[in-house]
Design a binder for this molecule. Sequence first.
Ligand code: KIV
Ligand code: ZN
Length: 460
Amino acid sequence: MVIRKKKRMAVEHVRITVFDTTLRDGEQSPGCSMNHQEKLRLAHQLDRLGVDVIEAGFPIASDGDFEAVRAISQVIRRPIITGLARACRPDIDRAWEALQDAARPRIHVFLATSDIHLQYKLRITREQCLAQAHEAVAFAKSLCPDVEFSPEDATRTDPEFLCQVLEAVVAAGATTLNIPDTVGYTIPSEFGELISTIRRRVKGIENVTISAHCHNDLGMAVANTMAAIAAGARQVECTINGIGERAGNAALEEIVMAMRVRRDRYPYEVGIAGEHLFLASQMLSEITGVPVQPNKAVTGRNAFAHEAGIHQDGVLKNPLTYEIMTPQSVGVPDSQLVLGKHSGRHALAIRCEQLGYQFDRRALDDIYRRFVRLADKIKHVEDHHLLELIRDTHKPAASATPLFEPIPAVASAAASVPAREASRETPRPFPLAQPGNAFGLTLTTPADPHHDQEDYLWGV
Ligand code: KIV
Ligand code: ZN
């Protein structure tokens, strides 16, 4: 008898390290500076969120930065805490001093490597750059076992020279090699190739973590970061809401959700608690006073809002029709149906139900016609508008308020609840327990395909 052993597929659990630099690179963006207490508050939220590394500041830059790195090191114990340093002893000493109490300290050393930076900014030769990078990393390593090195402006650096520098710092003891697209210049295919080149060419690369740090000048920071992961980067540097120098850094919430939603393409583990993303985004916005753009992916006000009738109808039937992730998965309380001129009858009926009114088909048609006329005049139809409209629909035409044009009465009773008062009522959960309401009106949910099709067309 032949006994066949079942072959076990080796499941690789590769983890992507999430390095948050909201408190360092993010804080460098105009209008985003934070005071000591605010930095601590945000650091606690980053901890709750589950980030693996918090870059708490640039200790030599100011006493405030130094104190923030020190305080965060003292109170936040789970993640690695890092402080930034230029490739020189005073910076590295100061960073190390600030990190003294950290449970898991990391020194992050950077030095520009592109010819344009060497020639105009640092005024040093490539040879000097190579020597300085090696010496600085060796010094940092003599203080701290965990050392990250960043060749600033890596994407505009001659790849041959970049690999030489990276090899030198690996030999000096760097444990993470961060590849910054400092000026947001690269594109996904090119950045992916650069990461592959580094993996192929740099001696000792198998013992270190490759990291991506992308800026958003061409709007490609997240796409570039994703390309880097696909090519073998295992750390991503990012910020909440994508804040950062100029056009910002890659947004943490977008990278994380891209990995979660497209796990088929990115089968990696990430330690982020998605349900804390929205809160982190809101907290940062509240602290800095910089609003989140409404159409911001994942955490913007409109990220889960649906106004078009076709979309609202689809989402009400099954959210998967127009939502690739649930609002709850990122901590947004619920998706919102915004009632405006693009809304359909289905969404209108649901909102009416939430306000306590159920209508039969004909009554709903009447309400809907008036609703569309109103929505043409005002952008968003709020609940109190809707309540007035419901009341007016069933009033004699002469007493109609100027906002709403009278329409012929239909077989429905008048709403007796004063509109403003009713609008203060807590919306009732949907669906209502009992069909019909005080006015004896019922909502008939379309059951046949013809009705469905009608709904679909109506809300365009
Ligand atoms: O963008 C950049 O190059 C940086 C480095 C200091 C990592 O922020
Ligand atoms: Zn940066």
